[in-house]
Design a protein around this ligand. Structure first.
Ligand code: NDP
Length: 214
């Protein structure tokens, strides 16, 4: 299968990339800088997911029809009430909400998505309106809640595909921090199993396959 992943140079995206390559999959990854290694089944392209022009160029360079698209790139800007800034809000929305939506829309417009394609938006439990009790970042939570709406709307529109949000767990990465209980490899392993077994669209799941409240 051909997988497309954004934000693949570190963290969860890097763990997903390494595991999928070890499982014999073909990947096109989108990164702002470069990947830490090369592989014959890995095509590396540049993308800044906060920029629709960059997204359009990225999609135009994807050569093979897409089986799985993982919108993984994300930012967490630690701003809490009453210190939230316009800059923090807008950058969070661009990277966490607009970028994933535009990548799906552009892939659709350019005819890159296969019938039956799986579109995975890496969201967060911090974007769950139903289960929130607080957050480490107001812009992050709001932008991930909006990403979940994008998932639902795209699932309604793309009836011949699967579109889901996945919470990867609390993971030891630059974003998750050293206290997080899960290794990137453990999260990636769970996410890949959930994607392989996916048989429903328009749902919010965690990395174990459990349904989460929106
Ligand atoms: P990291 O901070 O380790 O990595 C973030 C990745 O996103 C990097 O590859 C980064 O690239 C990329 N990225 C950020 N902004 C852009 C941009 N404008 N254009 C292209 N790429 C960009 O985060 P994680 O691996 O922890 O997170 C991955 C996903 O999982 C995110 O969507 C995050 O919100 C979500 N998540 C993570 C949790 C955790 O506990 N870690 C918990 C819940 C959700 P660069 O190196 O160039 O900055």
């Amino acid at each position: 299968m051909h997988w497309v992943i954004t934000g693949a140079n570190r963290g969860i995206g890097l763990a997903l990339t390494k595991q999928l390559l070890s499982q014999g999959e073909r990947l096109t990854v989108g990164v702002r800088t470069s990947m830490p290694f090369e592989h014959e089944n890995l095509k590396v392209l540049k993308v800044d997911t906060s920029n629709p022009v960059s997204i359009e160029e990225f999609v135009s360079q994807i050569e093979e029809p897409i089986d799985v698209l993982i919108n993984n790139a994300g930012v967490l800007i630690e701003e809490k009430f009453p210190e939230v800034t316009e800059e923090g809000m807008l950058l969070s929305f661009k990277v966490n909400t607009m970028g994933p939506y535009m990548l799906v829309q552009e892939s659709y417009k350019q005819g890159k998505l296969k019938a039956g394609a799986k579109i995975i938006n890496i969201s967060s439990i911090l974007g769950s309106i139903a289960s929130t009790g607080g957050t480490t970042s107001i812009p992050y939570s709001i932008s991930k809640a909006a990403l979940n709406m994008a998932t639902k709307l795209l699932a309604h529109r793309l009836k011949n595909m699967y579109v889901v949000s996945i919470h990867p767990g609390w993971v030891k990465t630059d974003m998750g921090g050293p206290e997080a209980p899960l290794l990137p490899e453990e999260s990636a392993d769970g996410i890949i199993k959930v994607i392989r077994n996916l048989n429903q669209s328009g749902v919010f799941l965690d990395y174990t396959g459990k349904i989460l409240p929106w």
